[in-house]
Design a protein around this ligand. Structure first.
Ligand SMILES: NC(=O)c1ccc[n+]([C@@H]2O[C@H](COP(=O)([O-])OP(=O)(O)OC[C@H]3O[C@@H](n4cnc5c(N)ncnc54)[C@H](O)[C@@H]3O)[C@@H](O)[C@H]2O)c1
Length: 375
């Protein structure tokens, strides 16, 4: 049954949390009643800007607020697990920023907690809200490209290490570098568009060539630099993934590399009846999609006219509908876990210098089999 009331939401984290506030601002079914963050000045500024009545410091204070029914989690990756767990155990519905967690073990525990609490769990794969991605998904589902046999997903930055020396470049706190930070977005884009095929094995390599030299810092961004701190993660990852079917996927993700890309991501699909290419330069939302086909043996290129969308707004709309109307949650916690498992396999392959099975890393902590997390 559709509930026509507003969902009372708490946003945890005031960095990208700003995009959460923007995403909810346009939604008449959302009321952000609290935000939390350790950077108090910024949190108070955001509260003022978006008319949020309560500002907390630590996430536990926000979770203890009985007025909050659902939380969004926008804190450093290492905190996704404790924050999501605490929120679910307190009976809140939860939307976690990508990646679901730095490890699949933690991701699995979050899913199990959502199941136990019978609460909605979603992951912020906001690129799914893009018009180009949605059109490609629809064309694939309609079979218009034929059988897709190869895909390429990439996110390449010329100079875009966020917060050199901060939590972003700590293996323990982030779980990895651009692969888990940016690669996770484009891996999700590819897998979602392709109907969530099952990855079988991976061959990958990671590099750290610029970060350890203190090069490649994000230019002009909100991120601080902590000089002298060790750079522990990769700055470029490349992976070749085989699926249960004939499908293969090439993934490249760089925070910093000497390349013509500025801050570009994209997805190419090769089908036996047509192809599609998304290339978003510097976060462009229009002029980014082309389809390739043929008419009477003549090659064709089609460029749909695209609309701009607020990606966070789109996935939060689905979250609110899932909580209030009981519709299935997409992007779901399970999809978030699937992407983390694949990323773990990529890191493992890079570490071992050989191809690995994706299942090799399973920790045997399957969720309650056959019983669905409410999503
Ligand atoms: N979907 C996207 O497009 C996107 C973009 C950027 C970041 N992210 C994700 O969002 C998350 C946060 O990234 P960021 O760039 O905002 O990082 P950030 O370092 O800029 O901000 C982290 C925020 O978490 C808060 N925080 C830390 N510990 C806390 C605690 N104990 N209680 C309450 N708040 C606490 C900090 O005060 C800060 O406000 C990461 O998981 C990142 O991967 C997603």
């Amino acid at each position: 049954m559709t509930e026509q009331r507003q969902l009372r939401i708490g946003v945890i984290g005031c960095g990208v949390g700003m995009l959460h506030l923007q995403g909810f601002a346009g939604n008449p079914r959302a009321e952000v009643v609290a935000i939390a963050g350790l950077d108090e000045e910024r949190c108070h500024e955001l509260a003022k800007q978006f008319g949020v009545p309560n500002v907390y410091r630590d996430y536990q204070e926000l979770i203890a607020d009985p007025a909050v029914e659902a939380v969004t989690v926008a804190v450093p990756n290492i905190l996704h697990f404790p924050v999501a767990l605490a929120a679910l155990e307190a009976g809140k519905h939860v939307m976690v920023e990508k990646p679901l967690a730095p490890t699949s073990q933690e991701g699995q525990k979050i899913i199990d907690a959502a199941y136990r609490a019978s609460r909605v769990l979603g992951v912020v794969f906001n690129r799914r809200g893009r018009h180009d991605v949605q059109i490609v998904k629809r064309e694939v589902e309609r079979g218009n490209l034929g059988e897709i046999y190869h895909a390429r997903a990439f996110w390449m930055r010329r100079s875009g290490i966020p917060g050199l020396g901060t939590w972003f470049t700590s293996k323990e706190m982030a779980g990895g570098g651009p692969l888990i930070d940016l690669g996770v977005h484009v891996i999700d884009m590819a897998l979602w568009v392709l109907g969530n095929p099952t990855a079988r094995c991976v061959s990958a390599t990671t590099y750290a060539k610029l970060g350890p030299k203190g090069r490649g810092q994000w230019q002009g961004g909100r991120f601080t630099i902590a000089p002298g701190k060790v750079y522990e993660v990769e700055d470029f990852a490349t992976a070749f993934i085989r699926f249960d079917s004939d499908l293969t996927l090439q993934v490249d993700a760089a925070w910093a590399a000497y390349t013509g890309h500025g801050d570009d991501f994209g997805l190419s699909l090769l089908g036996d009846n047509g192809g599609a290419e998304i290339h978003a330069k510097d976060y462009a939302q229009t002029g980014t999609l082309r389809f390739f086909g043929e008419i009477d043996g003549m090659p064709t290129v089609t460029e749909p006219r695209l609309l701009e969308r607020h990606g966070h707004g789109e996935v939060f709309r689905q979250f609110i509908e899932s909580v209030l109307d009981g519709t299935p949650m997409s992007p779901s916690g399970e999809e978030g876990l699937d992407r983390v498992r694949l990323i773990e396999a990529i890191y493992r392959s890079a570490e071992l210098g050989r191809e690995v099975e994706v299942g090799e890393l399973d920790h045997g902590t399957q969720s309650a089999a056959g019983e669905e997390v409410r999503r």
